[in-house]
Write a protein that binds this ligand. Sequence first.
Ligand SMILES: C[S@@+](CC[C@H](N)C(=O)[O-])C[C@H]1O[C@@H](n2cnc3c(N)ncnc32)[C@H](O)[C@@H]1O
Length: 255
Amino acid sequence: MDTNLQSDDIAKRIAELGPWFQNMRIGGVQTAPDHFLGDYPACKWEHFSSVVPDDLEGRSVLDIGCNAGFYAIEMKRRNAGRVVGIDTDPHYLRQASFAAEQAGTPLELHQMSVYDVGQLGEAFDLVLFMGVLYHLRHPLLALDLIYEHAARDQLLFQCLQRGSDQPADVAHEHPFSETEIFDDPDFPKLHFIEHSYSRDPTNWFFPNRGAVEAMLRSSGFEIEAHPELEVYLCRKGERPAFSDPPPLIAGPERR
Ligand SMILES: C[S@@+](CC[C@H](N)C(=O)[O-])C[C@H]1O[C@@H](n2cnc3c(N)ncnc32)[C@H](O)[C@@H]1O
């Protein structure tokens, strides 16, 4: 395949591979110049790129829900070693493959759900889990599986939030008679969307800030940085003791 396309050919290929969610610049051509969030995700990345080391020194990265590869390619540009991108949608993986090839940053791409991360049989130094949680019907299961099978050290996480943007003051125990706390807007809440939000029926749960932070902690991730409202850099820590043990979905031997 010709990897040095002229800009007319690039524009043609971008059109063939569309529609794009991520606005990438490939050979100077934008993939989604009319994105409803602006120059997305570049405009998001600029608010939290400082929490990712400039030099990843060959660390391994897994980008879950990689879409067209924007973040995976950025990690490669920061000297990551092996970068694996997974996504359930083959349409986006074709875009990621083209974008990576044109950027000269090889990615290993798999059509795979977050629920199947155990099948990779590998834990990664840095896991990216950006903009996926609210698209899942089983968000805590996904976080538990990432903790159990995919994360060795750090997690870079983003989730759309709705409701209170204030942290919750979480008590370790609430008596049965406690009812008022549930009306506190800061109390951790997942807003369930039965039908569709923003014309997207894959939007299932929008947490408020308290819920995002509580779910990360509850899954064993310690929040180290919170560079903007939706983004967290976490480190894998101890999982709290559960009566309900973490799921152990069999995968190959871990590397
Ligand atoms: C809102 S986009 C976010 C893309 C990218 N991570 C970002 O932040 O720009 C959500 C992505 O998650 C993918 N996705 C949805 N459900 C998934 C699942 N169960 N496992 C892996 N990826 C999934 C979608 O195909 C889509 O590419």
